[in-house]
Design a protein around this ligand. Structure first.
Ligand code: FE2
Ligand code: FE2
Length: 293
């Protein structure tokens, strides 16, 4: 793991200078770091501890984070979103837990770059797309929800067209396909191949081994994984998850604190709306945990 990360960082290093030299919009050079579902305080602290290391190692142009589980494992609050933006996160995507915390509703209506699934009902708070800009490069970010086993008022496959229209002319587009079913995510990857820079899957919290650039130039992975405790059951204390499955009775779930990792992908690009590569960046939280309180 450490060796491959180091090798990847070294291989990517030359692109840094061209990024700094670029001055005009329209250039396709960019690196997008997308971080999987941040789970609870332990996930937030892991993100904040790992980000400086990842910036140093990969010099990402953009950092996009799925924050749907950031508040105690469910939802996100304005304070947490502000904390992520202050740490240099460029955009936040959400998912089926978007509305768990009511205080986020008005925040989702602001111009902040935080998006809930675009295929939710128009009457639901928030927006499904945003565009962020760094050094003359514009990145459109789309959040989508799968329709199988998740509640989404409209089809991801029809609403993505509306979302792409809304984004318009940009250098890169990243789609976070938040879905339970692998089939929907794979299908969305193929559906958008050649039209967006990346389709990244989230929600299942377990990274899949299928990261690749599709023939049309779209980077794809079925699930990025989560930024949170590997010692639990997709974020929950394992004894509670097991008790729920054993007894079939309601059990109060708490976020596990055990073995936190950051799980992400790095997408490197040199042409507009195309990816050159996608690689998983999976790292344990650094040993110094002085941030805990
Ligand atoms: Fe999640
Ligand atoms: Fe989810």
């Amino acid at each position: 793991m450490a060796e491959s990360e180091a090798a990847a960082g070294a291989a990517l290093a030359p692109a840094t200078s061209s990024r700094e030299e670029r001055s005009s919009p329209g250039a396709g050079d960019a690196r997008i770091l997308f971080v999987g579902d941040v789970v609870g305080g332990i996930g937030r602290h892991t993100l904040l501890d790992c980000l400086p290391i990842l910036r140093e190692r990969y010099a990402p142009t953009f950092v996009v984070v799925n924050g749907e589980n950031a508040a105690g494992g469910l939802g996100i609050t304005p304070k947490i979103a502000d904390q992520m933006f202050a740490a240099g996160v460029d955009a936040i995507t959400l998912g089926n837990h978007a509305y768990h915390r009511r205080e986020i509703y008005p925040y989702l209506e602001t111009q902040k770059p935080i998006v809930r699934p675009a295929n939710y009902l128009r009457s639901q708070p928030g927006r499904g797309v945003c565009v962020v800009e760094r050094g003359g490069v514009r990145l459109g970010v789309v959040s989508l929800s799968g329709n199988l086993y998740l509640r989404a008022g409209r089809s991801a496959f029809t609403e993505i067209e509306v979302a792409l229209n809304e984004i318009g002319d940009v250098e890169h587009i990243l789609v976070d396909m938040h879905a339970e079913a692998t089939s929907e995510k794979v299908a969305m990857g193929w559906h958008l191949d050649g039209r967006v820079t990346a389709v990244v899957g989230t929600h299942t919290h377990v990274p899949t081994a299928d990261a690749r650039v599709l023939p049309g130039g779209t980077a794809y992975i079925t699930d990025v994984g989560m930024t949170g405790p590997r010692g639990g059951v997709i974020g929950v204390k394992r004894e509670q998850a097991i008790a729920s499955l054993l007894t079939q009775m309601p059990v109060r779930f708490e976020t596990s604190e055990e073995d936190p990792w950051l799980m992400s992908v790095l997408i490197s690009c040199s042409q507009r709306l195309r990816a050159d590569s996608i690689e998983q960046v999976l790292m344990p939280r650094p040993a110094d945990t002085s941030r805990d309180r």
